[in-house]
Design a protein around this ligand. Structure first.
Ligand SMILES: [Zn+2]
Length: 205
């Protein structure tokens, strides 16, 4: 799809057509700042096999921010996504874990194409972040490379029932749904499932 086709559509339509995201909102200042940090990090990604260079940036309740990039490997499964690389850096610095929490995360591609966290990274983010933390994703760029269609979603919109050791039950899922209802009044219940995107469908090799 050409960039001008994305730009010519209404914002929600653009996000949907560019990335598969059905829902999403305009980012606040933190979302934009984090996305730009992720975009800057993406230039350092090590992706000689896929060519898909991704950066992530996250912020913590303590006010610190950390970046990560995808690090591929000749043995493909040994590769690491940008989001989990950022998490590892934050934990290593003592800024996450032991009661210290994640507040937001952003993901960007060096070519400004559509990107969001994969399922593995969503689970990793849920270990440290509450269900309503924001996730800033790229849904396409304009011809000049600006983040023209930057959207934010809540973590629970991307991963409704994260695995919890010893508590992965229907009750646990219900707790997630209660939080969703409490924090997002713009959704109607019968469209809740439509918010689950296919973040990387057709994008990752
Ligand atoms: Zn991932």
């Amino acid at each position: 799809m050409a960039d001008d086709e994305v730009m010519g559509a209404a914002p929600d339509e653009a996000a949907r057509s560019a990335s598969g995201l059905v829902a999403g909102r305009e980012p606040d200042e933190e979302g934009r700042r984090l996305w730009l940090q992720a975009r800057a990090a993406a230039t350092n990604a090590y992706a000689p096999y896929s060519g898909l260079r991704v950066g992530a940036a996250l912020s913590t309740a303590g006010g610190a921010t950390f970046s990560g990039v995808n690090v591929e490997n000749a043995a493909y499964p040994a590769g690491l996504c940008a989001e989990r690389a950022a998490l590892a850096g934050a934990v290593a610095a003592g800024a996450l874990g032991a009661g210290q929490r994640l507040t937001a995360v952003a993901v960007a591609r060096v070519d400004d194409g559509p990107i969001g966290p994969c399922g593995l990274c969503l689970q990793a983010l849920a270990e440290f972040g509450d269900p309503d933390i924001i996730v800033a994703v790229s849904a396409g760029a304009d011809a000049a490379g600006a983040p023209a269609v930057l959207r934010v979603v809540a973590l629970h919109e991307l991963l409704r029932a994260p695995f919890r050791l010893g508590a992965h039950t229907a009750h646990d899922t219900h707790v997630v749904d209660e939080r969703h209802d409490a924090h997002d009044t713009t959704d109607t219940p019968d469209t809740a499932d439509a918010h689950v995107p296919a973040p990387d469908e057709g994008e990752r090799p």
